[in-house]
Design a protein around this ligand. Structure first.
Ligand SMILES: Nc1ncnc2c1ncn2[C@@H]1O[C@H](COP(=O)(O)OP(=O)(O)O)[C@@H](O)[C@H]1O
Ligand SMILES: [Mg+2]
Length: 277
């Protein structure tokens, strides 16, 4: 089985998304200038920001708060990094952002801003469909015995709905190209891929539907130095098109990607903190 995939070499210019993001995040910095109207300049520079406001979390049936009034924001197409000691609450926060559990209080939304820096529409909730999450050691959750089935796991199986399947197939092709998996046979057992290629596969699964926010929990954990460098290079490419929030201990290796960083203190307290390397 081999899907004919055209041309991007691994880690060379990734294709632009075929389908634009939702209206909340579809603008790009290229819209900031309008050369046809010299004076006064007609400037349009909308952007969207993913925002977490006063989020606290206490698991149902417990008395202990795992997250305490967490606040932060991340503009579109930037890379945020959360670091902190084991057990401080980083994964718990990512699970809330991905909609896997609900905050006890607070809000998580996408806010759009105009060129004056003020919100120009009501905030939209960050629904789970708008988020992609790659868990720590994602390869442990591979279920299928070939790459194609792994990526299409959960797609509609019933006959009919051909148009929808074709649409998904195009997205699949784009996602596979995007992460540089196009040299790999779709027949291959995912468990036999190298460490770096397993991570690419896990990313491709999340990129079939272009997420407004891509969350990565310890993306470099368990990889050898070569695969780590490979994944960092890939993330650099993905960052051009996506908003990425990662949790990692590997501050040095990710530092060149990071636009904003926060440390999670024990007890679930998040503080903005520049990387000091
Ligand atoms: N459902 C839960 N109920 C009670 N405690 C939990 C639950 N999930 C996680 N914890 C605890 O919350 C703390 C933070 O866990 P976690 O978010 O996994 O930390 P990190 O990812 O920073 O290592 C840990 O002490 C963990 O044992
Ligand atoms: Mg964790």
């Amino acid at each position: 089985m081999a899907l004919k995939l055209s041309g991007w070499g691994a880690l060379e210019s990734p294709p632009l998304p075929v389908t634009p993001k939702s209206s909340s995040s579809s603008s790009s910095s290229s819209s900031c200038l309008n050369f046809r109207t010299p004076r006064p300049p007609s400037v349009k520079c909308d952007y969207s920001c993913f925002e977490v406001r006063d989020v606290s979390y206490r698991p149902p049936g417990t008395e202990m708060s795992l997250l305490k009034s967490v606040n932060f924001s991340l503009p579109e197409k930037s890379f945020g990094l959360i670091f902190g000691r084991s057990g401080s609450g980083k994964t718990t926060l990512l699970q809330l952002l991905a909609g896997l559990s609900k905050p006890t209080s607070g809000s998580i939304h996408i806010q759009r801003y105009g060129n004056d820096g003020n919100p120009n529409q009501s905030p939209e909730p960050l629904t789970p469909e708008r988020v992609g999450i790659v868990f720590q050691f994602p390869e442990r959750y591979f279920m299928a015995d070939n790459v194609l089935e792994e990526v299409t796991f959960g797609w509609p199986r019933q006959r009919g709905d051909l148009q929808f399947k074709e649409h998904l197939a195009l997205r699949l092709q784009r996602a596979i190209n995007w992460v540089g998996l196009n040299g790999i046979s779709l027949d291959k057992d995912p468990h036999t891929l190298s460490g770096g290629y397993k991570r690419r596969l896990a990313l491709a699964i999340q990129l079939v539907q272009i997420p407004d926010l891509l969350i990565l929990d310890e993306p470099l954990a368990g990889l050898d130095w070569k695969a780590r460098a490979d994944v960092v290079k890939l993330l650099k490419h993905l960052k051009k098109e996506l908003t990425i929030l990662a949790v990692s201990h590997d501050l040095k290796e990710l530092a060149t990607l990071v636009d904003r960083s926060w440390s999670m203190k024990m007890g679930g307290i998040l503080k903005e903190e520049p990387l000091r390397l």
